[in-house]
Design a protein around this ligand. Structure first.
Ligand code: SF4
Ligand code: SF4
Length: 113
């Protein structure tokens, strides 16, 4: 499977929901729904576990990603990811990275490449 790194630095292609969607695997959808419900204290159902990744323009997205301002901004600016943006790291991105420090690390790595 080809690697997909989101605007924010999350690796979509490693996400269990992305993987379950691409493999069209009902069992994997059930597993991730159970796991995330427990982990994040939410009521996630297997039918909620569909995502084609951040960079697809006409694909399915999960939860917050449907309304994400970082994604909208990255698309508008036509950057590959936020790592390529002249305004890196803007306030929006910094706020998100407080919840996802691993995504920040990924973008920082991409910036020094
Ligand atoms: S939609 Fe936003 S939060 Fe979701 S992966 Fe893309 S940039 Fe990150
Ligand atoms: S302004 Fe912020 S959210 Fe928008 S592309 Fe640049 S770094 Fe990403």
């Amino acid at each position: 499977m080809e690697e997909m790194i989101a605007y924010c630095g999350i690796i979509c292609s490693k996400c269990p929901v992305f993987k379950a969607t691409q493999a069209d695997d009902d069992e994997a959808r059930e597993e991730v729904a159970k796991l995330w419900s427990k982990q994040f204290g939410i009521d996630m159902k297997p039918q909620d576990a569909y995502c084609d990744g951040c960079l697809r323009t006409n694909g399915r997205l999960i939860g917050h990603c449907r309304v994400c301002g970082i994604r909208a901004c990255g698309m508008e600016r036509k950057v590959e990811t936020c790592a390529a943006c002249n305004d890196f790291a803007c306030e929006k991105l910094q706020a998100f990275h407080k919840m996802a420090p691993h995504a920040r690390k990924m973008l920082e790595k991409m910036r020094v490449r």
